[in-house]
Design a binder for this molecule. Structure first.
Ligand code: SF4
Length: 337
């Protein structure tokens, strides 16, 4: 196993470590790209679903085939995705340091150092998402939420409930037990309730239009369902009825932040579970038959699907294009972070 560089967030040192076993205080400074067998599939059929795989299937079965079944990704991460991953690592580290009794001033300095290290690896192509902007986004956020009224839940292990990985039995579909999986950015106590918290970065204003994009949505009801199941199973976390969403606006010379709670009633969640039955069933059908139709109505959404350059080629030539310009990386929702 090749080791990769990690930042030791408590000792403020850089060390080499096995990418598959490292955990806090070791924060990986580059992505561990692996292409192992995907554990969320059995006999070619996905049985463990997360919001990424489900959302991709809903968008376009062919996209799901390329991205989730085959694991094709661009060789270089898109800047927005790379920046978002770095932001998540920084805030996860902040909460983990505080839970480890590191004082806030030291935690801030170590997060800034980590932001500098992660910023070195950010891909070019977006002037609002470079190293300087990453450091500033981190410092200004922690300044604004220095005395955050949303308190991170501390688990019985003494660790902060951040990047909380879950794999939970959901229901049976065609005789197969289906699991719901994912990673919740943070559980926080806020106004007498426990909420699943999430961070989203954007170049646009953090107004009603921004927050309105997150309901209805595939990801957040999954977190609310998961929080109910985790609360029932462990009694360590209270059930949640909403998402605490921190929006982070990133510009070349500024950052802004805004926070909203996105509520989900039990009726809405029940309706969503009906949808899960339907969509997971269709996804499994596609896996069983090996048929992943194109949804041409999605090709132009959100700036255009990355696979347009593949789907616009004759079928016989697509594989060669994929092999030359893309890498394969397993998207396995069963992998903890
Ligand atoms: S380009 Fe269109 S058809 Fe092809 S994967 Fe993307 S959304 Fe689907």
């Amino acid at each position: 196993m090749t080791s990769i560089l990690h930042y030791n967030a408590i000792e403020d040192t850089i060390v080499e470590a096995d990418p598959t076993t490292s955990s806090f205080p070791l924060i990986p400074l580059s992505r561990h790209e692996h292409n192992n067998e995907n554990g969320s599939f059995k006999d070619g059929v996905q049985f463990a679903w997360d919001s990424t795989s489900l959302g991709t299937f809903k968008t376009c079965p062919r996209k799901y085939y390329y991205e989730i079944v085959m694991g094709y990704q661009h060789k270089v991460l898109p800047p927005a995705l790379a920046f978002g991953i770095a932001i998540h690592l920084l805030f996860q580290t902040w909460h983990q340091l505080l839970a480890a009794d590191v004082d806030k001033e030291t935690a801030l300095l170590n997060c800034v150092r980590l932001a500098g290290l992660l910023g070195e690896k950010l891909p070019a192509g977006d002037t609002a998402r470079r190293k300087e902007q990453l450091i500033r986004a981190c410092v200004w956020y922690l300044d604004q939420f220095w005395d955050d009224p949303a308190k991170t839940v501390i688990l019985s292990t003494g660790k902060a409930a951040v990047e909380y990985s879950f794999t939970l039995p959901l229901f049976e579909q065609d005789g197969i037990e289906i699991f719901l999986c994912g990673h919740i950015d943070r559980f926080a106590k806020w106004g007498g309730r426990v909420l699943a918290a999430d961070y989203k970065t954007s170049k646009y204003q953090l107004d009603q239009k921004f927050f309105g994009k997150f309901k209805p949505v595939t990801q957040f009801p999954i977190y609310v369902i998961a929080a109910h199941l985790i609360a029932a199973e462990t009694q360590e976390l209270a059930s949640t009825d909403g998402i605490l969403l921190d929006g982070i606006q990133v510009g070349v010379n500024f950052n802004r932040y805004n926070r909203h709670v996105i509520p989900f009633s039990p009726e809405e969640i029940n309706e969503y579970i009906e949808g899960l039955h339907y969509w997971i069933g269709r996804g499994m059908d596609c896996c069983k038959t090996g048929t992943f139709p194109m949804n041409e109505e999605s090709c132009g959404n959100y700036g255009g699907c990355d696979f347009r350059e593949i789907c616009n080629k004759p079928p016989a030539r697509r594989e060669a294009y994929l092999k030359s310009g893309w890498i394969q990386r397993t998207w396995d929702p069963l992998q903890s972070r």
